[in-house]
Write a protein that binds this ligand. Structure first.
Ligand code: NAI
Length: 238
């Protein structure tokens, strides 16, 4: 039987790239995201995959969906917390809603999923959790809400790694650099070009570049790696 991997924010972009790589490495992937038809379209292209409509910011909904995945599709071996949004403004122009929404999805959303999945992993004394942070956690102009949430993800990851190490559950974070997705394609052309110039490898990353590192962290090869923060950015953060 294939091991189950739950991937949030999976209907497009990096989450879909991660789902593709995991599916082709033999996982049964449960794609979780907001839009039923976009999810189903994405899932159709992946062997042995399933879909769940899920808003990760909704604590009660996460509980229901995690229970359903465990009962219907089998034990969650891998949780990939990827769902994320950005609402960029300078701090002096950022409103309360922009702050709350970004923290609710990017930070609380990861806690919500870990809170529900970890009891199952603890009972089995096995599991892999991979949290998607961002190079922006180090600070980025116009992204106070996003950077604070993504820095929070690092603290959450390292705390969970310490709590779960003795139970053979690993928890790691990945910081993508600049990856070609709908999120980055929405940027104004001059900002897009400025980001490209920061990449020593000279090319934008692909969702699969991130997916392959997720697959490594989910594999037996990474059994002794926990609490790490891995940049996947073509040298953007050195
Ligand atoms: P994207 O905007 O293309 O895709 C994000 C996905 O998350 C979408 O399918 C969206 O529907 C879903 N989503 C949003 N809110 C949700 C919620 N409340 N519940 C469930 N799903 C939700 O973004 P992209 O670029 O694929 O980003 C994926 C992750 O990677 C995010 O956490 C982002 O912060 C992070 N990241 C992206 C970088 C990039 O260069 N694209 C760089 C660094 C980090």
């Amino acid at each position: 039987m294939r091991s189950v991997a739950m991937v949030t924010g999976a209907q497009r972009g990096i989450g879909f790239g991660i789902s593709q790589v995991l599916a082709h490495r033999g996982f049964s992937v449960v794609l979780c995201d907001l839009d039923k038809s976009a999810l189903e379209e994405a899932g159709q292209t992946l062997p042995d995959s399933h879909t769940e409509v899920l808003d990760v910011a909704d604590f009660a909904a996460v509980q229901v969906v995690v229970e359903r995945i465990e009962k219907t599709w089998g034990p969650i071996a891998v949780l990939v917390n990827n769902a994320g949004i950005n609402r960029d403004h300078m701090i002096h122009k950022m409103n309360e809603e922009d702050w709350d929404a970004v923290v609710a999805v990017n930070l609380k959303g990861q806690f919500n999923c870990m809170r529900q999945v970890i009891p199952y992993m603890r009972a089995r004394q096995a599991g892999r959790i991979i949290n998607i942070s961002s190079a922006s956690w180090l600070g980025n102009v116009g992204q106070a809400n996003y950077a604070a949430a993504k820095a929070g993800v690092i603290g959450l990851t390292k705390t969970a790694a310490r709590e779960l190490a003795r139970l053979h559950i690993t928890v790691n974070a990945i910081c993508p650099g600049f990856i070609d997705t709908p999120m980055t394609r929405r940027m104004p052309p001059d900002a897009f070009e400025a980001m490209m110039e920061k990449i020593p490898m000279g090319r934008i990353g692909t969702p699969e570049d991130v997916g392959r590192v997720v697959a490594f962290l989910a594999s037996e090869d990474a059994a002794y790696v926990t609490g790490e923060v891995i940049n996947v950015g073509g040298g953007m953060v050195l």
